[in-house]
Ligand binder design. Sequence first.
Ligand SMILES: [Zn+2]
Length: 120
Amino acid sequence: MLGPLPSISPFPASNPMSSATQPVRIGRRDPARVVIEWADGHTTEYSTAQLRRLCPCAQCIHELTGRQLLDPASVPDDLTQRDVRLVGNYAIAVQFADGHNTGIYTFVALRAKDPGAAEG
Ligand SMILES: [Zn+2]
């Protein structure tokens, strides 16, 4: 059953490719982190383990219920990545050292879930 559209849009109301969600650099030199520099000057830093726990793929998040299937405790804090590549112009895909590589992380979600951002 299709309900009304959710009231909270994943995109900023003004422009989905605003400078806040447009990366100018994605750093992956340190295998234990992924650093994203945004066009508005903000820098978002994820540890690779944090990114792995946020994986939105169908193996990690139930497609219908949205329930997390991945046990976050099963991801070691020192997990590393072997590669980060661009997906189109809207997302990145991460090759994790544990072999997982099916997650697509959109820029909008990466910015929204910034672990360094203040709450609220
Ligand atoms: Zn996944």
